[in-house]
Design a binder for this molecule. Structure first.
Ligand code: ADP
Length: 262
């Protein structure tokens, strides 16, 4: 007889959201970070698991670079990024000796670390665990989904930019979700237009509407369009809390409303 799934260290997590994108640079880590911050401001307890092993950027975006994870009896203790301890973060970035160090590992070693991140981190009680994945649909995605599958509800949030190429890539991402039985909680269109800070006119730098159209065709929810916003870039570079500090900024309404829809 097959053994029952081990509840492990994710037993106290109520919702798990995998953040996926067809390719790099579309804002997947940005959306993961801001979703976590918006959920936290809505009173939720949130964890972030950064399994983007070759490009772990979340510690920098949350000004947690250089912090260390510790061991306790029940596993690795994640890093708390705020004083209230309402956002905890685990990232390969905390295991590297310097931010410039690269993870040059073959698949099996990466997959083993992902499994360890899932089974050996003492997350405690969380309302949401946001999982930032590498771009595309690789072995690491399969390893992540397989390791997380016993802990439902497990949903996927797909990030795209509006241009056709990215939307084409993201279609493959939706196919991946269907084939692996992941429920798609929705599509976010990022870098969707640029609002001029002087005249407030919106220029659709990369065209607009591709994400919404894709969501409609795939029959999954559309969660919103996040414009290109220099204040968001600045906030991420400085490791600031955008949701708290930039409520009048163009990207704020979309970013804060995504948290109400997941
Ligand atoms: P990915 O995780 O998909 O590789 P990132 O989240 O790291 O992409 O984003 C790439 C870069 O684009 C980052 O420097 C980030 O600050 C910036 N960025 C992402 N989305 C926006 C946006 N809506 N407005 C302004 N800058 C953005």
């Amino acid at each position: 007889m097959e053994a029952a799934a081990e509840p492990g260290n994710l037993a106290g997590v109520r919702h798990i959201i995998l953040v996926l994108s067809g390719k790099g640079g579309v804002g997947k880590s940005t959306i993961s970070t801001e979703l976590a911050l918006a959920l936290r401001h809505a009173g939720k307890k949130v964890g972030i698991l950064d399994v983007d092993l070759c490009g772990p950027s979340i510690p920098r975006m949350l000004r947690a670079q250089g912090r260390a994870v510790h061991q306790c009896d029940s596993g690795w203790v994640p890093v708390f990024v705020d004083q209230e301890q309402s956002i905890s973060l685990m990232s390969v970035g905390f295991l590297l000796e310097s931010p410039d160090e690269a993870v040059v590992w073959r698949g099996p070693k990466k997959n083993a670390l992902i499994k360890q991140f899932v089974s050996d981190v003492a997350w405690g009680q969380l309302d949401y665990l946001v999982v930032d994945t590498p771009p595309g649909t690789s072995d690491e995605h399969m390893a992540t989904v397989e390791a997380l599958r016993p802990y439902s509800p497990l949903g996927a949030l797909v990030v795209t930019t509006p241009q056709a190429v990215s939307v084409g890539d993201v279609r493959r991402e939706l196919t991946f979700c269907r084939k692996t039985g992941l429920q798609v909680v929705g599509v976010v269109e990022n870098m969707s237009g640029f609002v001029c800070p002087h005249c407030a006119e919106c220029t659709n730098v990369f065209s607009r509407g591709g994400g919404e159209e894709l969501a409609r065709l795939a029959g999954v929810p559309f969660l919103g369009s996040v414009p290109l916003d220099p204040e968001l870039t600045r906030s991420l570079e400085e490791g600031r809390d955008f949701i708290r500090d930039f409520p009048n900024s163009p990207a704020f309404p979309a970013l804060s409303s995504i948290a109400q829809k997941v």
